[in-house]
Design a binder for this molecule. Structure first.
Ligand SMILES: [Zn+2]
Length: 166
């Protein structure tokens, strides 16, 4: 009697019974493959779990961004930061990047560093002068204490007329 090609498999993790066509496997491999399959959720359940994870991750990320956005907006109002300029969809991201980098720099330079409030006030003026959302997004991985140097560079390049990013 030939080894069957259609196998009815009980998927243990989800409890579903599904018929599988194992004709694509060599006859002596089917039993092993059927056992392997039985230890896994059926295709539908596996896909549902995968898509569910993706959806909840997206939701989590959206909630996290909304929270960061609220914090960034509060911070901008408190420190009198000007609105950013650039493509509509870059603005919220730019604001979050500016908020994160500037508050981290304040911690590094003033709270934990040697700067006093007067030093910071000078830097804050430079921060206010850079309103291009894309610039802040570009600096998102920058080291906190590099902000003064980065702002100086931004001031110089923004004065030039040959900057292709303007
Ligand atoms: Zn299932």
């Amino acid at each position: 009697m030939p080894v069957p090609t259609l196998w009815t498999i009980d998927h243990h993790p989800c409890g579903h019974r599904v018929e599988h066509d194992l004709s694509g496997r060599a006859a002596d491999r089917r039993a092993g493959f059927a056992r392997w399959l039985s230890e896994r959720a059926c295709t539908d359940c596996w896909k549902a779990a995968r898509d569910g994870d993706a959806a909840s991750k997206e939701e989590w990320l959206a909630a996290k961004h909304a929270e960061e956005q609220r914090a960034a907006a509060e911070w901008s109002a408190q420190f009198d930061m000007p609105p950013l300029e650039g493509p509509e969809k870059a603005l919220p991201w730019g604001e979050r990047c500016r908020h994160q980098l500037v508050t981290a720099a304040h911690t590094a330079l003033v709270a934990e560093g040697t700067w006093d409030d007067a030093d910071w006030a000078v830097l804050e003026e430079k921060i206010r002068a850079v309103t291009r959302a894309g610039w802040w997004i570009d600096q998102r991985d920058a080291d906190d204490s590099d902000l003064p140097e980065l702002l100086d560079a931004a001031g110089e390049s923004d004065l030039g007329t040959e900057n292709p990013y303007r």
